[in-house]
Design a protein around this ligand. Structure first.
Ligand SMILES: Cc1ncc(COP(=O)(O)O)c(C=O)c1O
Length: 393
């Protein structure tokens, strides 16, 4: 199928989405409201993923899977990193996990203890602060530019270091701003981590959703030292629409760090674990869905341009164009509304749901902004943008 068919309105099943799409989306909003909220596509996953799931389920066996993950999936992930990211991860040091969120959580648990400090970008998805604070450690915010082409203030980083700083968390591409860190920026971060002997937690769940001419580089590919101190985390919710299957992966540079993560994962006791269907689905995604992903990106590129163009026509809104992620994070301060006031107005009058830039979701720097997700059909997105424009013009 062409991108226009795969990602057109005919391929958005609103009846099913209203039953199944939670987390602020179709099943969580009143009838008639268009949710441009949580970052989850409105499209069904690719055919090869559905085929792989059907093949696996037809046998009727859903036994315990290995605590360290299925070998075939670990091999697929390792191939992906070698071919697409120029990193050699030994499959033995790759841990399939039940979501990128869980990967962040268990990595913080493995490398931080109460009283430690971890530097996190601000703004950033709440998951980082949540995982750090859950173990009694402190999240120290590092203000990053709100516009994807803004410059990072690396001098600021040195002021954030203290005797208890153990980790720096990198989110690349960055949710919510859509910034994609370039090689020079990654090198600065890697040098900083080396100078202060920090673990780098690199969340790369968005790394497939990068718009040309921007290019993605993994921080672990920057140098041997960066590789040796980085825990890379990824997931399959964003690129392949598998959020409900709860599947992701954590990559460690060596057996010692792998063991620390495996221990904190709870997989060995079966308290937690990566479900078998998720691993089957994500392996099919990595091995068989590159054409589907290319078409998805083609569609998202057009949706990004449409969203940025329309929002910038609204008085008081400034919307930078993201280089990655299917999110925009416009500055709404000149509208005179706070993010929550605007959220309420748009919900009531335009029947469009958005995410306000609240500190509890994204950190203090997010104030004065809202986040919108554009991974839907052109028809639905155009209707939502039309309603927002009519409401605010
Ligand atoms: C940066 C980032 N990391 C992790 C996640 C969570 O991914 P998962 O569905 O695999 O838990 C998200 C979801 O929005 C995200 O934006």
């Amino acid at each position: 199928m062409m991108a226009s068919q795969l990602f057109g309105n005919a391929n958005v099943n609103l009846k099913i989405l209203r039953e199944r799409a939670f987390n602020l989306r179709w099943a969580s909003v009143p009838e008639g409201v268009i949710p441009l909220t949580a970052a989850d596509p409105d499209f069904p996953c690719a055919e090869p993923i559905r085929d792989a799931i059907q093949k696996f389920t037809s046998s009727g066996y859903f036994c315990y899977s290995p605590p360290e993950g299925y070998g075939f999936f670990k091999e697929s992930i390792s191939r992906f990193f070698k071919n697409k990211r120029n990193i050699n991860y030994d499959p033995a040091n790759i841990l399939p996990v039940d979501s990128a969120a869980a990967g962040i959580f268990m990595t913080c648990q493995a490398f931080l203890k109460p009283g430690d400090e971890a530097i996190v970008f601000d703004p950033i998805d709440f998951l980082f602060r949540h995982s750090i604070e859950a173990i009694g450690a402190k999240a120290v915010p590092f203000a990053v530019p709100l516009s994807p082409d803004g410059l990072m203030n690396f001098q600021q980083l040195d002021l954030l270091i203290g005797p208890s700083t153990k980790m720096i968390c990198v989110c690349n591409p960055l949710n919510p701003t859509g910034k994609v860190l370039n090689k020079a920026e990654l090198q600065e971060l890697a040098n900083f981590a080396q100078k202060h002997n920090l673990i780098i937690l690199s969340d790369e769940i968005w790394s497939d959703i990068v718009f040309s001419p921007a290019e993605f580089t993994s921080i672990a590919a920057i140098s041997n030292d960066a590789f040796n101190r980085t825990i890379t985390i990824t997931g399959y919710s964003k690129s392949y629409g598998l959020a409900g299957l709860r599947v992701g992966a954590v990559m460690a540079p060596d057996p010692e760090k792998f063991k620390m993560i495996l221990t904190s994962s709870g997989h060995e006791s079966t308290v937690h674990g990566c479900n078998s269907l998720g691993q089957v689905a994500a392996a099919a995604a990595l091995d068989e869905c590159s054409d589907w992903l290319a078409s998805f990106k083609e569609h998202l590129f057009a949706m990004r341009n449409l969203t940025v163009n329309e929002l910038n026509q609204i008085p008081g809104i400034t919307c930078p164009s993201p280089d990655g992620c299917y999110l925009v994070f416009p500055d709404i301060r000149k509208t005179g509304f706070t993010p929550v006031e605007l959220q309420e107005k748009l919900l009531k009058e335009a029947k469009v749901a958005i995410v306000p830039g609240l500190p509890r979701w994204f950190g203090d720097m997010a104030d004065g902004h809202i986040r919108l997700c554009f991974s839907t059909s052109e028809e639905i997105l155009s209707e939502a943008l039309f309603r927002i424009k009519a409401c605010l013009s």
